[in-house]
Design a binder for this molecule. Sequence first.
Ligand code: MLT
Length: 264
Amino acid sequence: MITFTNGRAIGYDDVGSGVPVLFLHGFPHSRALWAPQLGALATPARTICMDLRGFGESAPGEPGGVDGYADDAAALLDVLGVERAVIAGLSMGGYATFAFWRRHRARVRALVLCDTKATADTEAAREARLKMQALVTERGSMAVANEMITGMVGRTTREKNPELVDELHRMMSLAPVQGIVDALDALRMRPDSTPTLATIDVPTLICVGDEDVLTPVKEARAMHLGIAGSRLEVIAGAGHVSNIERPATFNHVLSEFLVSLTAQ
Ligand code: MLT
């Protein structure tokens, strides 16, 4: 589906009823990343996936960094009449989730941080973002997909599920160039969210694949230590996109977490 906020198109899906969960995808994905979660949780949930600005069916806007992604998410919740939601972000979507918390915390029922980290880019990582911007501008999204696909999934997925690797590669190669360029700025300039961790006082689930090489388990443990009362789940046999590599385990963990919310 497509809606318009501030005159800009936002692509989204909205399936089911129950506790609203808004899913924010990683880089350079689209809301299709969350297909295994959409309407598929054991707990009654309203599963909402959106394309971040410049990806999928969402139009690019003024480059707004991770704050822009967070504000678009809040605007979509407005359109859908959702006052408070569980915000679930994977990797870049996790960086946007931290921004959402800083900017719209009254709207957060709980947080789910998947295969992401609190820390900002190192100098070397910032340099790499600039190089990737040159790459995508000169050679297109396929070149980015080619460069990123190996690290995107875990060893187990590479060995046992080549069809999924192809599907992810296709999703990444379809990402619009402008969306990628703007996202690389958002990634490069995102603030360090480490000081944010201690401010989080809502139930928080942290998930990470044990084969994630982009945001490894030690980053998840650091967030777990920093967020009081948070729950950490390490998903075996998954890499950086644990929700799609191990959907049954991921959905089980997420459903249990949602049940624990309704019990509170
Ligand atoms: C992502 O999956 O969103 C990216 O790998 C995040 C990053 O490069 O920092």
